[in-house]
Design a protein around this ligand. Structure first.
Ligand code: ATR
Length: 280
């Protein structure tokens, strides 16, 4: 029997990645023969390590923080959504030896919201916190679903304004600072800032969330993130972290590599149960 096809996730740090487990569960479920490893790769050696991986027979890579912009650069061809977000989280070796780059983060988020959480985005007022790489990856896919408006708010307002201008052709989008939001209220508030990593929540005006609205943290952890707790406190009917997005973006990557989309619900349930997660 030929050796199993090899895949990996590169990131820095990477020790706590759930991707190897997710892809192992996908492989088991679909009967695909493959291995998937996690490798700590600092940005300085990313290009060398990625090229070595593919030269050595590797078939596909996931790239996570802080490597997504570098992964965008080494792709020979990219999907439209990757081109637009200027970040790549999935690299695939094509039969002709070229490297294809895609970004499945945005579609992963939208699938978790619309399918798993049953929240149609059409006509919603959406607030997206943060104007870094995580926001850039999800703006296009969110706008595709026809929200009433998408406001990007950032600690450094100019970055949000610039990002809104860049995506202005795709739908009703505006950039602002946190304090300029005081007269608005939103149906859905998404946290794409790195504030959770330091245990913080962005400073938001009161009543920013419509009563019974939804809060979603693109980050995830084994405990509810500070933003998830903030959402519950602010009266959200649903306040969840990004575990579902993580599994959905992985399923889209698996589809690109193997041509088959695994069922995500059972995998989300397994991950939740492993960590005794009660809040989703
Ligand atoms: P990523 O790729 O994860 O998005 P990034 O590009 O470094 O990382 O962006 C981090 C985002 O989190 C930025 O929007 C940043 O705000 P600034 O542009 O003003 O720096 C935001 N951020 C980080 N820490 C924050 C905090 N404590 N409160 C609010 N926003 C924070």
């Amino acid at each position: 029997m030929p050796p199993a096809d090899r895949y990996a996730v590169f990131g820095h740090p990477i020790a706590h990645s759930k991707s190897p487990l997710i892809h192992a569960l996908f492989a088991e479920q679909t009967g695909e023969r493959l291995t998937y490893a996690a490798q700590d790769v600092p940005p300085e050696v990313f290009e060398t390590e990625a090229r070595n991986f593919f030269a050595g027979g590797g078939k596909g890579l996931n790239c996570t923080v802080p490597l997504k912009e570098l992964a965008w650069k080494i792709a020979d061809r990219r999907s439209q959504r990757a081109e637009r977000s200027r970040a790549v989280n999935t690299l695939a070796l094509r039969p002709d030896g070229t490297i294809y780059g895609d970004n499945t983060d945005g579609v992963g988020l939208v699938r978790d919201l619309t399918i798993n959480l049953q929240l149609p985005l059409k006509d919603l007022r959406i607030l997206l916190l943060g104007a870094g790489g995580a926001s850039r990856g999800v703006i296009g896919p969110l706008l595709e679903h026809g929200p009433a408006r998408l406001v990007i708010a950032n600690r450094t307002p100019e970055k949000a304004i610039r990002l809104a201008e860049e995506f202005g052709d795709l739908g009703p989008i505006k950039g602002s600072g946190f304090s300029d939001l005081s007269r608005e209220s939103f149906d859905l508030v998404l946290n794409a800032t790195a504030a959770s990593l330091s245990g913080e929540v962005p400073e938001l005006p009161e009543n920013i969330l419509r009563p019974g609205g939804c809060c979603y943290d693109l980050a995830y952890g084994s405990e509810p993130t500070p933003f998830v707790l903030w959402g519950l406190d602010a009266g959200a009917a649903v306040s969840v972290d990004g575990l579902g997005m993580l599994v959905e973006q992985a399923a889209e990557a698996f589809l690109i590599w193997r041509g088959i989309r695994p069922a995500t619900r059972p995998v989300i349930d397994i991950l939740k149960n492993r960590e005794h997660r009660f809040w989703r």
